[in-house]
Design a protein around this ligand. Structure first.
Ligand code: F6R
Length: 364
């Protein structure tokens, strides 16, 4: 049941602190400061390359995962949307690790890609939310998310749980390959352990987001900008908005704006900027200023320090807790989910059952 929530999507957004904590519990020994993915007889040290495949929101989780795996484990990661993967005849070396990410575990394109990878001699790892699904059954290395059943068609809690698993996998791979010290691992685990509480703080801003959502309702187009691991979050924000509110939206790498899309900017275009404090903040803000100088209507999502530094002139700001850049993608999922949700509610669309979409896409 939806409990006291108007929609399953809202309920599932609000479950995130709990289900991310639940998921992390299976992968992190917080007290020892270690990750421990359930892969006892799996040779992680031998992994030289990871090939990731997924669709939609699960693909964006993979993009964040690529960033973490390359950063911590220094293992190169290829990533494709599943419908493209087989048809480019990918070069897959014997014994490579192919990683599939899926909420349902039944998405036809992803499942076909999995079978293709197996035929090419790949070891199959699966991050999946439905433990009885086809993908779960066909995995050599099963990495479950513990989000519980997700009813809303737009994926929310499964996504943040996928991020939690991918972060743990990145750290475990890094340790197996001797690329991080126990001290570094302890530090990363401590940051991961802060994620549920940070998600709860992000949810405290629900009413602020509801109050500014009317600014987005009249828009024909909306852009989302981010850098580094927050670039996939911009893509995810745009996907959430288009699928439930039917407003056209695009996510861009903030630095890519000036190579074309900036031509779209005028005073009718809201531009949602995801800019947590951290090493990429200044660069993102300078891209934001380029947009503002052309009349773009900025909505800045940042922490208090970021808003104090760069919030002037924005039509709205959404304050997030200050978090380590590692967990920022998890936390910044919340405001983009809530923004899409409130815009859709104001527009009166069917939030849980958007037109033309199905929860599990079982055709290729
Ligand atoms: C977006 C959404 C879809 C799914 C995609 C993959 O909100 O839900 O983009 O993420 O269809 O589905 P799974 O993860 O079940 O393979």
């Amino acid at each position: 049941s939806k409990g006291n929530h108007a929609h399953f999507m809202r309920k599932e957004i609000f479950e995130q602190p709990l289900v991310v904590a639940q998921t992390l519990q299976s992968y992190v020994r917080a007290f020892e400061g270690e990750v421990a993915i359930p892969a006892a007889d799996f040779d992680l040290a031998g992994v030289e390359r990871v090939t990731m495949v997924a669709c939609g929101t699960s693909y964006y989780a993979g993009m964040v995962g690529k960033y973490w795996i390359e950063r911590f484990a220094r293992v190169p990661v290829d990533i494709d949307v599943a419908s493209e993967f087989r048809y480019r005849d990918p070069i897959l070396e014997d014994g490579g690790l192919a990683l599939f990410i899926s909420q349902s575990g039944e998405t036809a394109d992803t499942l076909a890609a999995l079978r293709h990878a197996r035929e090419q001699g790949q070891k199959i790892a699966v991050v999946v939310n439905v433990p009885t699904s086809s993908m779960a059954r066909e995995a050599d290395l099963l990495l479950p998310t513990r989000a519980g059943p997700e009813i809303g068609v737009a994926s929310t809690k499964a996504f943040t749980c996928q991020l939690a698993v991918l972060a743990a996998l990145a750290v475990n791979l890094a340790r197996a390959k001797g690329r991080i010290t126990p001290e570094e691992e302890r530090e990363i685990v401590a940051h991961l352990a802060e994620a549920p509480e940070a998600l709860a703080h992000a949810l405290d801003h629900d009413e602020d987001i509801a109050a500014m959502a009317h600014l987005i309702v009249p828009a024909r187009d909306v852009l989302y900008l981010g850098r580094g691991p927050d670039y996939p979050m911009a893509l995810e924000g745009a996907l959430k908005l288009k699928e439930i509110s039917y407003i056209h939206a695009e996510g861009y790498a903030a630095g890519e704006m000036k190579h074309g899309p900036i031509a779209l900017i005028d005073d009718q275009v809201p531009v949602i900027v995801l800019a947590p404090s951290g090493p990429l903040f200044e660069k993102t803000v300078s891209n934001m200023q380029e947009v503002r100088a052309r009349g773009g209507q900025i909505v800045l999502i940042s922490d208090a320090a970021g808003i104090a530094e760069a919030g002037e002139g924005a039509i709205a700001t959404i304050e997030m807790p200050h978090v380590h850049p590692l967990i920022a993608p998890l936390v910044y999922a919340v405001p983009v989910q809530l923004l899409a949700y409130h815009v859709a509610v104001l527009k009166g669309t069917d939030v849980d059952q958007p037109r033309n979409l199905a929860k599990s896409v079982t055709v290729e």
